[in-house]
Ligand binder design. Structure first.
Ligand code: ZN
Ligand code: ZN
Length: 181
């Protein structure tokens, strides 16, 4: 399985590198690359009333990079805040059994919640959200195990509670679907 990371706008390079190595660890038979090209965050996805970007619109644009990069999955990483119509925000979104996924770093920084800067915590959250969204691209649903990375994060507390890896059940699905026999 090949995963390409696509930056949407300028993104902290350490975070991108750490997400890459995190993905390589969790998906062991996977090749993970960072694309040289940086996508400009499309203005037409911006909602002036919400002051957020429509996640699904970005996902559709990221999808174009799947073929272009010769990857199975493309993970977009952006700083902008994302939404889907019926939710206040999303940490990320992915095509179920598809090529494209996206995560937003906006709400992963402790500073967003008025907490002190904590790079390690910020990076750990970024890796968890990246793994979670790529899990969806492999066809994984949300998991009921609150320590599994596929548990739905309603708030950052859920993200902090869960592990960076999959529970046993989800792990066997990942192994089967990422091409490992
Ligand atoms: Zn999810
Ligand atoms: Zn699970």
């Amino acid at each position: 399985m090949k995963i390409a990371i696509l930056r949407l706008g300028s993104v902290d390079s350490e975070v991108v590198e750490r997400v890459k190595s995190g993905l390589s660890k969790v998906f062991p038979t996977t090749e993970c690359v960072i694309l040289d090209e940086v996508m400009l965050v499309p203005r037409d996805a911006y909602n002036v009333i919400r002051r957020q970007y429509h996640s699904t619109s970005l996902l559709m644009k990221i999808r174009e990079y799947v073929k272009k990069s010769g990857s199975d999955h493309v993970l977009g990483i952006t700083n902008v805040d994302l939404y889907v119509p019926r939710l206040n925000f999303v940490f990320g979104e992915a095509e179920y059994l598809g090529g494209a996924a996206i995560i937003s770093l906006c709400r992963l920084r402790p500073e967003f919640y008025g907490r002190p800067v904590n790079r390690e915590l910020f990076i750990e959250r970024s890796v968890k959200e990246a793994v979670h969204e790529l899990g969806h691209t492999l066809g994984l649903d949300h998991c009921r195990d609150s320590s599994c990375v596929m548990f739905f994060s309603n708030s950052i507390l859920d993200t902090d509670r869960k592990n960076v890896g999959f529970c046993e059940k989800c792990s066997s699905l990942v192994m089967a679907r990422s091409g490992r026999t």
